[in-house]
Design a protein around this ligand. Sequence first.
Ligand code: HEC
Ligand code: HEC
Length: 471
Amino acid sequence: MHRLLPLGMALSVALLALVACEGKSTATMENSSTGSAGPRKPPLSLGAQVGQLAFFDKNLSGGRNMSCASCHDPQYAYGPPNSVSVQLGSDITQTGVRAVPSLRYRESTPAYSDDAPNPDGVTSNSPGGGFMWDGRAATLATQAGMPLLNPLEMNNSSKDAVVKAVRNGTYAGLFKQAFGVDVFNNTDAAFEALGTAIQALETEDLSFHPYSSKYDLHVFNKVGGTLTPAERRGEVVFHSTGVSNCSGCHYTGANFNGNSGLMTDFTYQALGAPRNDRSIPNNPDPIPANNDPKYFDMGLCGPYRTDHMPATPDTANPYCGMFKVPGLRNVATRGAFFHNGVLHSLDQVVNFYNTRDTNPEYWYPANSNDRSGTPQANPSWALQPVHVPGATVNKYNDLPTSQQGSIDEEVPMGTGEGGDKTLASGTRPRQPGSAPVMTPQQIADLVCFLGTLSDGYQPSSAAPTTGRCVK
Ligand code: HEC
Ligand code: HEC
């Protein structure tokens, strides 16, 4: 339905995009949201000004020690400022359960639907859209209320506590100006207004969608946008359906609102990311919730969204294990990858795609009763430092066995043939010991290409002559 925009709408969207480009082409620095003297930018609405003050306001947390920006740091593309897999909360004895996403380029995410059209206009409808790794927030405004009340995050005891902090704070006057003099009379309405303010900030402020990467200069054929040979090869690999198939999910074409290059089609897939727990030797930051062997974070089927729970834990449910395809802009500024933050470098991520099924012993622990042989070293990027040849491996160990039928077997993980996604259908996963689809050179080139997606790129007068992405 959303696929075909009426021409007028498409045009105005294109015009808006042009205006946005105009603003950004002069911008050498990222549009600071703390109002530094930089290039002129469109003034924020009153609501967005409130949102900006609230976003950085530590008084909006139970311990008065944490703002949205503590986890979503503007210096790190509104992602986490460290490489820890999951962050501490305002109550510092508590730790989150999922990796913190970047907040850039989120404003055009449609609300979640089980039957969402795909922006490529070809792929059939499937679960898509929504905020959070499981899409459970329909809008940025409702999303904003969640961390405020989450005991593992900002840890306020009630909406009332949050509204009191705003009413007693420095921008209470501006809040009333934006949302009405009576706004504080009704706690629910005031709490909702705070969400509306934060959404306005995330939508209006150019620092949330600066389009200032080398990739942007490249796709618009602008000065400084010439990719190095390695980056260019990486781009070709990224789009190659038979090799990496990256853009099959990290879609680069125009999205529903006309914006392109967001590197997501907003769909959900089950990639079988390894469980982030103590089964990984020397794991610097296992997720505490995973100490409970019965706890599984299964994305679309719970536990944090509750509308697709399996009838019983043993009833196979295709939604289990599915997480949102994240946009890849600024991904090179991250230090923790996938919904559980289990991987810590892009090299590791791409090698995971390449060898999840050909060499599961690199990623998953051996079954405990099967570790008797002489261990051999795994590659340096593997999660498991060694494996015992011939030992069976606890594959897809972050999903109960009954739910492993959801695992995605598209290229580059599997061979992709057939319409049936169940493991029982046979040959779809690449078999252990068979050759991975990507070469080490292709992997290195892909990582170079991903590096071009970082905002704040300064085209230098001379082309770089050193570094692994030059040639
Ligand atoms: C303690 C760290 C932390 C704090 C503080 C925090 N967040 Fe988040 N944020 C997260 C995590 C973790 C997720 C992913 C949660 C999930 O998927 O269940 C997230 C997800 C989001 C998303 C969804 C992004 C997407 O790609 O779908 C938005 C938007 C967001 N946060 C905005 C905010 C705002 C606004 C605040 C302040 C009111 C805030 N966050 C405070 C950790 C934090
Ligand atoms: C079948 C769809 C699909 C394909 C193909 C695919 N991805 Fe992904 N990608 C995902 C999903 C889904 C996630 C999130 C998985 C999770 O968190 O459990 C993800 C996560 C990532 C992340 C981590 C981002 C973050 O913020 O944590 C990177 C990097 C990435 N993919 C790169 C690639 C590259 C490079 C390729 C090609 C080699 C590729 N992807 C192919 C669906 C896909």
